[in-house]
Design a protein around this ligand. Structure first.
Ligand SMILES: *Cc1c(COP(=O)(O)O)cnc(C)c1O
Length: 403
């Protein structure tokens, strides 16, 4: 697709404003929203060539849309990949990737700390179609290495993870994958291309939930895969055209405009998260704070090196308590005492959102599985937004001071 001609060498924050399809004949400065499912063909001959893949041009909404293309081009530019493909949600991006790259008998290696639905999709749903998989500890490189098999085709990592912000070494995993003739995919949802560009560290595919920071204001669901032209247009696009987990033009327009402010949002929200994490570490009723920007984080040095010296905008903390029952009671008390921040299972919003992982995202696990995953009953996740840090602290103190 033709792109607006821009000079080479522009920085990511410039690309985030400027990369898009050419404006229409009206010269609109804000990218147009093309709400159409079909496209009138200039001639039967051109139509035939477009359907035959010999000529670029839009034919039908399941195969492409100019607003969706603008989002794809802009995100690819920000991630530093040749191409991107937008999907209806983050999970449909994962599904498209698995569908496009794997067949029965192939093996996938992934971390036990990944997003819960990712674990279920690979470990349960794709297992029904004969795709084998092994889960390994997020930060144990030797475990990843030991689990590689001759049929391993894909390593899939997420860093930092939800909610404990565990970090894995992207470059080391890429080397491991490539030595085994496999690909490395990275879920870059938490760090975003503003803080972390997995492609520069050797990853082959970057996966996004656009629902989170790319939108940035909690409005729409979206997802994307970013990779080489061969992987995106050669492998994934043909599957997409026949399966149809396309991003709607409206949602594409929302996330496209979200990308324009991603850089300043990520930096401002991360600065607030860092301040909140330092403050939480000083609170007597807090047992432990999980935040990659703190020296107390087990992978602090690696995180700072991979994430542009910024810890991201998600902080989790564990409350002190004598038993799991009491810990749960304390956590519920803190959450129910909020009057400004939201009790809401999302993240990446400019509004600060708090969750209790043990009863929500990790609620279906047994207590033993939860313990193994390190998700205590006293754990609270804070997806930090843009409110004043003092107001965030006061809102948390309503509950913390009355435990
Ligand atoms: C939310 C999320 C997903 C799934 O994205 P959806 O848009 O909700 O489908 C995948 N990975 C991570 C890390 C997420 O936070």
């Amino acid at each position: 697709m033709p792109s607006h001609p821009l000079p080479p060498g522009l920085h990511p924050d410039t690309l985030a404003q400027r990369v898009a399809m050419e404006p229409s004949q009206f010269g609109e400065n804000s990218e147009a929203l093309y709400l159409t499912s079909g496209y009138v063909q200039p001639s039967a001959e051109v139509s035939a060539r477009r359907f035959g893949g010999e000529e670029a041009g839009y034919t039908y909404g399941r195969s492409g849309n100019p607003t969706v293309s603008s989002f794809e081009m802009r995100l690819a530019a920000m991630e530093g990949t040749e191409a991107a493909l937008a999907t209806s949600s983050g999970m449909s991006a994962v599904m498209l990737m698995l569908f496009s790259l794997l067949k029965a008998g192939d093996h996938v290696l992934y971390s036990q700390s990944m997003f819960g639905s990712t674990i279920k999709l690979i470990g349960s749903e794709f297992a029904r179609f004969g795709v084998e998989s092994t889960v390994v500890a997020q930060t144990d490189l030797s475990a990843w290495k030991a689990a590689i098999r001759p049929n391993t085709k894909l390593l899939f990592a997420e860093t930092p993870t939800n909610p404990l912000t565990e970090v894995c070494d992207i470059q080391a995993l890429a080397d491991l994958a490539h030595n085994a003739g496999a690909l490395l995919a990275v879920d870059n949802c938490f760090a975003t291309p503003v803080l972390q560009r997995p492609m520069e560290m050797g990853a082959d595919i970057v996966m996004h939930s656009g629902t989170k920071y790319l939108d940035g204001q909690g409005r729409v669901m979206a997802g994307a895969l970013c990779a080489s032209d061969v992987l995106i247009n050669g492998k994934c696009l043909p599957v997409m055209k026949n399966s149809g987990m396309v991003l709607s033009p409206f949602n594409a327009w929302v996330v496209l405009k979200g990308l324009e402010t991603l850089d300043i949002r990520m930096r401002a929200q991360s600065a607030r998260a860092h301040a909140l994490a330092l403050w939480l570490e000083q609170k007597p009723m807090v047992e432990r704070v999980y935040y990659p920007g703190l020296p107390s984080h087990p992978q602090h040095a690696l995180a700072m090196q991979q994430m542009s010296d910024v810890g991201g905008a998600v902080v989790s903390f564990e409350l002190k308590a004598k038993s799991p029952e009491l810990a749960r009671k304390h956590a519920f008390h803190v959450l129910d005492s909020l009057r400004v921040l939201s009790l809401c299972t999302n993240l990446g919003d400019t509004k600060t959102l708090l969750t209790h992982p043990a009863s929500t995202s990790h609620g279906k696990l047994s207590e033993a599985q939860r313990q193994a995953a390190g998700i205590g009953q006293g754990l609270i996740r804070v997806a930090v937004g843009l409110e004043h840090v003092g107001d965030m602290q006061d809102d948390l103190l309503r509950g913390l001071d009355t435990l």
